[in-house]
Design a protein. Structure first.
Lengths: 269, 256
């Protein structure tokens, strides 16, 4: 086992190889996140399912009259909340786990992306759990099950890539600038209201001829999910391509940015 | 840096540093917030004042050697250890290490209070780079060495601080390193456990591990090491036989 700082591969490739060597660590970290989250809470797993439902109920009670023209507003809003919760929570938690982990980077070598990756993976497990209450609401509101929902595993690859890409970027910034941790919730809030999560798609289509939607990468992420599980058809290939483009684009940009800065993490106490 | 400027390590070398320098940004000058960074970027006022923690270090330690590192606080000793253990990757110069290095990890760092002792062994050992299969093999030995009995199935928050440290040491020292770093005097747990720790370190040394010993106790270094360096202001002041280095360091301390 020889380590030679003069013979190193491209940082993006080297980090990938290191992650593969440390794959058992990733498994342990994901397990820790999930076990620690559910061990002490009395309701345990139930919270992951109840939270989006409670938000949905509040939204329905408040906005049912305003958005009465929207068909099945409850299911519409719940699909949005579930995807948004996965994205916003996983990226925020990845940022804090990175700040926590940077103490370890001062002491030992480990792949610098371990904590970000494991946090996003653990959040994907929560996402799958939150599909259970969604299924219940779809049945209650008499949305028939359609085979397009079977394409969800493919969709989850996109959601995972997009969240990981964004998480890598903000985690890198948070290591160098502590105020990013305070800034990010504000950005998330603005981003949520600019995305079709709580308010109907029609509302956004009327603003600037829908420009607000088309320049927002998250629109493509939430849109595909709604089409697959709520509207229930297999969309045109262009819809797939757009979602794939923003998801993999975010991942590639995030990965390269992160790996280029990774060597400097240990220099910043 | 062009490769032909770099020297190659000789055979039988464990640690090889060629013209290694480490630069930190000065904390007083560093841009602390993202807001400030953006403002300065717009104004074109980003400048970096740097602080050299290590300056042009050349060092070659042979396999099986017991090598001492002397120096005051802030002389660069910890930075040197971080370079050797791949924590700080230098932008200037070359580090070449042959073998598995004992971790510098603070005992029990990375433990999770909600997980059981057994689960924490797996978590901590994978943090140190070991695979599941490797841990499976060592598990019983680690549990026995830590000596925490049935508590191994209890969550870590129920442990005393002594048990915590014992478990941390048991994991960190379960694998025989090729290069052993002795940074601070062992002060873990009670006297009996300290004796066990000391014995384990001795075993590692006797079985031919290269030892890097960082100590303030000059007499200890003199009696154990063959060669040593004295670091000050990030530079090697003296390198050579342990007696020469210790004498030089002692003289410098006396004249200050």
């Amino acid at each position: 086992m020889i380590y030679d700082s003069a013979k190193r591969k491209h940082p993006a490739l080297e980090e990938l190889l290191a992650l593969f060597r440390y794959r058992d660590l990733i498994y342990q970290l994901v397990r820790r996140d999930i076990v620690a989250r559910y061990k002490r809470s009395v309701l345990g797993v139930a919270w992951t399912m109840l939270n989006p439902l409670l938000t949905m109920i509040i939204m329905v009670v408040v906005f049912q009259q305003v958005f009465s023209s929207t068909e099945n507003y409850a299911a519409y809003v719940l699909t949005g909340i579930i995807v948004w919760t996965m994205f916003s929570q996983s990226t925020s938690m990845a940022m804090s786990s990175m700040v926590w982990g940077s103490q370890l980077f001062q002491q030992i070598y480990l792949p610098r992306s371990s904590f970000v990756l494991s946090t996003i993976l653990a959040s994907m497990v929560n996402f799958v759990l939150s599909l259970i209450p969604l299924g219940a609401i779809l049945i209650i509101t008499r949305v028939p099950f359609r085979p397009s929902a079977l394409l969800l595993p493919v969709y989850m690859v996109f959601l995972f890539s997009f969240s990981l890409g964004v998480a890598l970027i903000i985690s890198t910034l948070a290591v160098f600038f502590p105020d990013v941790a305070d800034l990010y919730p504000v950005i998330l809030m603005a981003w949520m209201y600019l995305s079709p999560i709580l308010m109907p798609l029609e509302f956004y289509r009327q603003i600037l001829n829908g420009l607000l939607l088309y320049i927002n990468p998250f629109y493509y992420v939430v849109n595909l999910f709604r089409i697959l599980v709520f509207e229930g058809f297999v969309p045109h290939w262009q819809t797939w391509a757009a979602t794939a483009f923003v998801s993999f684009g975010a991942l590639v940009i995030g990965w390269i940015f992160f790996c280029k800065k990774a060597d400097s993490f240990a220099y910043h106490a | 840096m062009p490769k032909n400027n770099l020297h190659e390590p000789e055979t039988g070398t464990a640690i090889f540093l060629d013209d290694v320098s480490i630069r930190y940004r000065l904390p007083s000058d560093a841009v602390k917030t993202f807001k400030e960074y953006v403002i300065r970027l717009v104004q074109g006022r980003i400048k970096h004042k740097e602080f050299l923690a290590l300056k042009h270090i050349n060092l070659e330690v042979k396999q099986g050697e017991i090598f001492g590192i002397l120096g005051r606080n802030g002389a660069g000793k910890s930075t040197l250890l971080k370079v050797v253990s791949k924590v700080l990757i230098p932008k200037d110069g070359r580090v070449w290490i042959n073998g598995y290095i004992s971790p510098l990890l603070q005992l029990g760092a990375g433990f999770h209070p909600e997980l059981t002792g057994r689960e924490n062994i797996y978590l901590n050992a994978t943090l140190l780079g070991h695979s599941r299969a490797e841990i499976d093999l060592k598990l019983e030995e680690i549990i026995a060495f830590a000596g925490i009995g049935d508590f191994i199935e209890a969550p870590l928050r129920t442990y005393s601080s002594g048990m915590n440290a014992r478990l941390g040491f048991a994991v960190a020292s379960a694998w025989q390193p090729d290069i052993l770093i002795l940074d601070e005097v062992l002060s873990v747990g009670d006297a009996a456990f300290q004796e066990k720790c000391f014995q384990r370190m001795q075993e590692f040394r006797d079985s031919g591990a290269t030892v890097l010993m960082v100590s303030h106790a000059i007499n200890q270094v003199r009696s154990l090491c063959q060669r040593a360096i004295w670091l000050d202001y990030g530079e090697i002041q003296t390198i050579g036989s342990v007696d020469d280095v210790c004498d030089a360091y002692q003289n410098a301390l006396a004249t200050h």
